[in-house]
Design a protein around this ligand. Structure first.
Ligand code: MIC
Ligand code: SF4
Length: 641
């Protein structure tokens, strides 16, 4: 039987398990990436392993999330990251060089390779024909130490693209269409592999946009083949040597096939406050907008900003709109300048910021009260923009610029003929903001006073009696659990301090209450922990004595992070039991350690000493040992390091 592209890459990298769906597998990781917000912790974890130099082919440390040096803490983190990179054999992408996924796609991504990144949008590089996955920082630290990555072999969904996009309809609309059809939990446990004639019409950055936002489906990753289009992009990046053809065999079998006729798509938009609340732009057109942002790892490539520039030529942004450009990378900015495209942006009245995540993660650019903000960013979870009750809509750069011109949500087709965008045959390449690792390992690590050591955690006891201190509904995001934004991001390397913000928007008293108990439990609904890969959403609750999470279902990366930090994620065997467990109930699980280690798939809990429920304990053998040891680092120290 023939193989899909994903299966071809996985079979070259597999070290344990079978390439059949649902089998636990381990795969070798060729490349890693970290960003500053998850990276400081990942490198503290890597240091704790005592390995002298990374064992990957390429590891890159990016600084893109927190660029706001409002006091010493942020620049201290940057220096820490730079010195660690030098010492351990890691490339360092300086603050201002761009968003990790955009820069990685331009300068490091290679067809056929595996990439693990401590950021949930790592699948962006699937646009280059690689298996690129998001994970918690500790999993990335393990990969840097040469330890294979463990996951459950996902289902492979073939997405057949036919025909080609109409003018003004973009790659963004392709993935918005999938989000409309499948919702934010429709991709859990799946790889989306694109094939069909329509694929050939999409450039690598367009493919990257689609793979990037596959993360919002909850997918493990998304992937395109590596073909002539891929070669063209690599030639333009002066990296032709990295190209190899990689296409699915004719008789490859997908677990399921979804078809999208590109010519039938219209401009789409995700309404507040979830990436899957998708409607046609024409159905919500006419609402007044006060802020429009083109940026983020989803949509700030050269093509995106060149399109915006061409649309703006000879025009002016509407008087009531703040129009902001967050370029994906310095390369994008430099090439716009080289090709005379920056001037249209400036003349039209755009606010041009440095390359980075910025408002996408609430680092500035908060919208005004009761106003609509239209963004090309990845997520519009409630409050993520930094404003309470925000109204953030997500759309393509084409829809964004059309709306910035008219002052209201506008279908770009209303602008008449779409301008052509010419992609450079060769980009201007200037890697002077990427610092290569040092050959000399005798480097002093610079550690500012805000960088605190990793907390140590106890092994799992035999019996747990925990209090349910929080009961939440479906689709709780890691932004709810461990918020980001300009006050909180500087604390990412200081667990005692950052833990004070856990569940801040749901129950600001949670941290104080939790510390008063020995064990705390949390009850959630479906898709608990969707969104960001931030391991702080597991690490900080663990610091606050959370030891059990019970939910109807969990998002993949969050579940892995919970296990990595010794919090037991259990699912309700009967979802109706959710209503029977009240806030402040006491939960008792006897023999938990023995049950887990014996491979039992079920545990019985006593609620308030009277009711008894069965919970599913769906774990691999390795997960069980990690939970018993109290977390991945303790287990690794015992068994593999
Ligand atoms: C995000 O988009 O939510 C982030 C910020 O990039 C996160 C990482 C983080 O919280 O540091 C992600 O997607 O993993
Ligand atoms: Fe940065 Fe936003 Fe992309 Fe996350 S989603 S990596 S915050 S640009």
């Amino acid at each position: 039987m023939g193989l899909t592209v994903a299966e071809k890459i996985i079979s070259k990298h597999i070290t344990e398990g079978e390439i059949t769906k649902s089998s636990p597998i381990s795969i070798e990781i060729d490349q890693t990436l970290t960003q500053d917000a998850t990276g400081t912790m990942a490198y503290l974890e890597f240091e704790a392993m005592g390995i002298p130099r990374v064992k990957t082919e390429v590891s890159v440390s990016y600084v893109d999330h927190n660029l706001l040096q409002s006091d010493f803490r942020n620049p201290d983190d940057h220096l820490f990251l730079q010195s660690i990179a030098k010492k351990y054999g890691i490339y360092f992408s300086k603050p201002g060089n761009g968003i990790c996924h955009q820069v990685h796609l331009e300068r490091f991504a290679c067809p056929g390779k595996t990439l693990l990144g401590s950021d949930s949008h790592t699948p962006t590089c699937g646009g280059m024909g690689m298996i690129a996955m998001g994970a918690g920082g500790l999993d990335v630290a393990m990969a840097m130490a040469g330890i294979p990555f463990n996951l459950i072999m996902p289902k492979i969904i073939g997405v057949k693209l036919t025909s080609s996009l109409q003018p003004w309809v973009s790659a963004r609309d392709v993935i918005l269409e999938l989000l409309r059809r499948l919702t934010v939990k429709g991709g859990v446990g799946k790889i989306f592999e694109y094939f069909g004639e329509g694929v050939k019409t999409l450039t690598v950055p367009e493919r990257a946009t689609i793979c990037n936002l596959g993360a919002e489906l909850g997918a493990t990753t998304s992937i395109f083949p590596s073909d002539e289009m891929t070669k063209k992009f690599l030639v333009a990046q002066d990296r032709e040597k990295d190209w190899q053809e990689l296409i699915a065999d004719n008789d490859a079998q997908y677990n399921e096939i979804i078809e999208i006729d590109l010519s039938q798509l219209e401009p789409l938009i995700a309404c507040p406050s979830a990436p899957d609340k998708v409607q046609k732009v024409s159905d919500v057109a006419g609402q007044k907008v006060s802020q429009v942002i083109v940026g983020s790892c989803a949509n700030s490539s050269y093509y995106d900003l060149a399109m915006v520039s061409n649309v703006l030529q000879g025009r002016s942004i509407h008087g009531d709109v703040s129009f902001e450009i967050n370029p994906g990378s310095k390369q994008v900015l430099e090439n716009l300048e080289e090709n005379g495209l920056l001037k249209n942006l400036i003349k039209a009245g755009s606010r041009i910021h440095q390359s980075g995540c910025l408002g996408c993660i609430g680092m500035g650019q908060a919208p005004a009260t009761d106003s609509i903000s239209l963004r090309t960013v990845t997520r519009n979870f409630p409050g993520r923009s930094g404003t309470k009750n925000d109204q953030v809509y997500l759309c393509s750069p084409q829809t964004a610029v059309a709306s910035a011109l008219s002052g209201k949500i506008t279908d770009p087709k209303d602008l008449g003929a779409m301008p052509e965008v010419e992609l450079p045959e060769k980009f201007v390449i200037n890697d002077n903001m990427i610092v290569p690792p040092s050959e000399n390992a005798d480097i002093k690590i610079i550690r500012g006073p805000n960088i605190k050591p990793l907390p140590e955690f106890d092994p799992l006891p035999e019996e747990i009696t925990a209090t349910v201190l929080l009961k939440v509904g479906d689709n709780i995001t890691t932004d709810h659990i461990m918020p980001a934004g300009s006050h909180i991001l500087p604390l990412r390397s200081n667990i005692p301090s950052i833990s004070q913000y856990v569940f801040n928007s749901i129950d600001p008293e949670f941290p104080q209450k939790a510390l008063a108990y020995t064990f705390v439990a949390i009850l959630g609904g479906e898709n608990y922990g969707q969104g960001s890969s931030r391991e702080h959403a597991a690490l900080a609750p663990r610091y606050l004595h959370v030891r059990i999470k019970i939910a109807k279902s969990f998002a993949r990366i969050h579940k892995a992070n919970l296990i990595n930090f010794g919090i037991i994620p259990l699912t309700l065997s009967n979802p109706d039991d959710y209503d029977k467990i009240a806030l402040n109930s006491t939960i008792n699980i006897k023999n938990i350690r023995t049950l887990l280690l014996s491979g039992s798939n079920e545990v019985s809990v006593a609620v308030n000493e009277t009711d008894h429920f069965t919970l599913n304990a769906d774990f691999s053998e390795r997960d069980r040992k990690i939970l018993a040891a109290g977390g991945l680092l303790s287990w690794a120290r015992l068994e593999i390091l």
